[in-house]
Design a protein around this ligand. Structure first.
Ligand code: HEM
Length: 148
């Protein structure tokens, strides 16, 4: 009887250990996925930011060229990644996700139009749309970023 009891307790202890170590693994996995996503988001923002600075600098003299084309392409790809970030703040708030993605989508649409204007050599249109993009970004930041 005592033996059976000991055996039973050992079994329960083993099951508990296995369950705990499994759930720990899950937590570690979830955390590293979260870190990975956040790193990716940070990298995308940095890419967008430095490309946009370079383009805005060229806007002053309208000196657009191959490098401008490359910068706008980089921005589009980075913005698409930033658009699909799934931070915890957002994940549970559908209205916020819709609002955030709409604004990001508007920014990306503008970037695509800028690319085409660059290709066609419509420099004045490029300048106008860079300013419009700047307004979309400022508006997005004042709504979604804590400090701006
Ligand atoms: C050309 C487009 C954009 C550029 C260049 C840009 C640039 C930046 C920069 C420089 C930061 C600060 C990063 C830091 O704190 O180290 C940032 C953060 C942020 N931006 Fe933008 N942004 C763009 C578009 C947008 C749009 C359209 C939205 C809103 C829909 C947005 C929402 C945010 C948010 C929420 C953060 C804070 C992210 C965080 O700290 O986790 N951005 N962005």
């Amino acid at each position: 009887m005592t033996r059976r009891l000991t055996f039973g307790m050992l079994t329960v202890a083993m099951i508990t250990c296995l369950t705990l170590s499994f759930s720990n693994t899950q937590i570690v996995r979830a955390e590293s996925k979260h870190h990975h996503e956040h790193d990716l988001l940070e990298k995308s923002i940095k890419t967008m930011s430095s490309a946009f600075k370079a383009i805005r600098r060229q806007t002053r003299t309208k000196s657009f060229g191959v490098s401008t084309q490359k910068q706008i392409e980089k921005m589009q790809t980075a913005a698409l990644i930033a658009m699909h970030q799934s931070d915890d703040d957002f994940a549970n708030n559908k209205q916020m996700v819709i609002e955030y993605r709409s604004r990001m989508a508007n920014a990306i649409k503008k970037m695509l139009d800028i690319e085409l204007a660059l290709l066609k050599g419509d420099k004045d249109d490029v300048v106008t749309m860079i300013n419009e993009l700047n307004a979309i970004v400022k508006d997005g930041h004042s709504k979604f970023r804590d400090d701006d």
